[in-house]
Design a protein around this ligand. Structure first.
Ligand code: E4P
Length: 219
């Protein structure tokens, strides 16, 4: 499973890129709004230059024509921009039109396997089931990822599954085991995935032993 960073914060993205573990970035209007009032297209351009893989940028129009127009503009910013459209009739109308034009589309706000199948049918390159938001209302977010993965495997569907709305490291491993192709994670969750007390104490111990060895051998 690949990691994407779920962020529109340039400093966060730089930090994660430096670690060499992320293959893409997802943004949404809420994340962009938090990122400091920058020009949206300029922000997308800067993010797309920082990462090699797909950078999802979301449309905000509610009608298909508006979504297609915004999608064309966003995808023209850089070759690695994927256009995020919301699930729904209008979203799928826009998705199918953009996909026919060769634009990579990420269908967002997916909460059922049926919605994921419709997104695939409309030519989406990515589908984003929202794990945490389902868990928040007492439903099974990871179960949804598993159901989509099974349905896609049965139908030889190549649309890639991005496990989104990831809240903690447990979601990350569960998404991988459920068959997600990608987990898009906030920086705070990514940070937590690095750490384990035995890793920290192990490094300390190795260095102490190395120092001892140096002293004994006159180094
Ligand atoms: C995915 O692409 C969305 O940006 C994101 O994962 C939503 O997460 P949230 O439920 O924490 O807002």
């Amino acid at each position: 499973m690949h990691f994407f960073l779920d962020s529109a914060d340039i400093e966060e993205i730089r930090k994660a890129v430096r670690w060499g573990v992320i293959d893409g970035v997802t943004t949404n209007p809420s994340l962009v709004a938090k990122s400091g009032g920058r020009d949206f297209h300029g922000l997308v351009r800067e993010i797309a230059a920082l990462v090699n893989g797909p950078v999802s940028a979301e449309v905000t129009s509610l009608d298909p024509e508006g979504m297609v127009a915004q999608g064309r503009e966003l995808s023209a910013i850089a070759p690695n921009v994927a256009v995020k459209v919301p699930m729904g009739r209008d979203g799928m109308t826009a998705c199918s039109r953009l996909a026919r034009e060769g634009v990579k589309v990420n269908v967002t706000l997916v909460f059922t396997p049926q919605q994921a199948l419709l997104a695939a049918a409309a030519g989406a390159s990515f589908v984003s089931p929202f794990v945490g938001r389902l868990d928040d209302i007492g439903e099974d977010g990871i179960g949804l990822v598993g159901d989509i993965a099974d349905a896609f495997a049965m139908g030889d569907i190549t649309t890639r599954i991005i496990a989104a709305s990831i809240r903690h490291p447990r979601h990350v491993i569960e998404a991988a085991m459920a068959g997600a192709d990608i987990a898009t994670v906030p920086l705070a969750v990514l940070e937590k995935c690095f750490d384990h007390p035995l890793t920290a104490s192990g490094i300390k111990r190795f260095l102490a032993d190395w120092e001892e060895y140096g002293k004994e051998n006159g180094r």
